[in-house]
Design a protein around this ligand. Sequence first.
Ligand code: ADP
Ligand code: MG
Length: 405
Amino acid sequence: MTDSPISPVPAVHAPAAAQDPDVLGPAEVAARFADAFGQAPDGVWSAPGRVNLIGEHTDYNEGFVLPFAIDRSAAVAVRLRDDSTARLLSSYGGQAVAKVDLDGLSHDSMAGWTAYPLGVVWVLRQMGVAIGGFDLFLHSTVPTGAGLSSSAAIECAVASAFNDLCDAGLAANELVLVGQRAENEVVGAPTGILDQSASLLSTAGHAVFLDCRTQESRLVPLDLAAAGLLVLVVDTKVSHAHATGGYAARRASCELGAEVLGVPALRDVAAADLAEAAGLLDPETFRRVRHIVTEDQRVLDTVAALAGAGPAAIGALLTASHASMRDDFEISCPELDLAVDTALANGALGARMTGGGFGGSAIALIPAAGEAVVRNAVVQAFAAAGFTAPDIFAVSPAQGARRVL
Ligand code: ADP
Ligand code: MG
């Protein structure tokens, strides 16, 4: 299990060496492919990871989320073959070439990292897309398990590649569902469409406002650079053992809350209904419900603020989101709280944990000129608290999946 902001943080992090791979241009990715497989690829496709700006645990409550694609991406070079053999290689962590006969592929026969690309191929073949053998080389700069959706980046790059190479003619919103099916049915992670939507539908300088009930999406301007701002990601490198159980328990609380309140999903509870809900729910379920209801409203308020005053106006909403996750949804942890509090004390306009919780990453919206100050303060605060040194890096809203060579 893994990922999306709604899912638990994976229990194992990639080795430190795999966290910061080289940034390779499309021609370099093609050259690495040629080194491995002896011929040039048919093309190279790239799809980004994502950060969820706001809207946490709202997706399975049929509410709103607001992710953006980041300037870290998975690139895949692919060459079609004449047989039914697939050979796959990733630059990550000293992998060997994996060799698979596609005709023997079943949804439960894929394991390890190849389940992501092969899962996409399996789904496309299920849909009738004629995919034969291929060679594939993957190079990703999205750190794994940091809540930035390295998995969706792979799925979306691979889906885009075969959509083009096999003339499948699928639209971006259909590729979103291909990636989601691969993740759900092959990898076995019960994730929604947030990650793939961000990776496939984003454009530079925008976030993707997604209604998880209707699956409709809309681009919202998020031009951080023009506002002199940036988003700093603090990967705490923490993953708590109870993440999976905590996620399931939160989902169960939300389902209970909706049932008692007599609505199909918590999306249907308005902030004005909360006072009445308090009398109907046990105190813990009420706090869980209050997080979802207020978080949905914060997403809507963030979208409105971005369309109006711009990104400098959303800081308080981000910080309020964190407080709600810490106090009402109870999915934060000391490392995330320290990252948020330290960023806020050192000039951040707003900060919050992002992702499923119990570890993973926090984001801070900061003036670009203040990056070094925030960075140093967080590093020092973590050292003083005896916490593992975090990974800290800036991200900007980037272009979604596309062919790059
Ligand atoms: P997240 O999507 O939040 O980063 P996941 O657990 O969903 O975390 O996905 C991480 C998994 O994706 C890794 O365990 C690995 O199987 C696969 N993965 C990510 N990046 C790469 C890569 N560069 N090469 C091979 N596999 C990768
Ligand atoms: Mg994932």
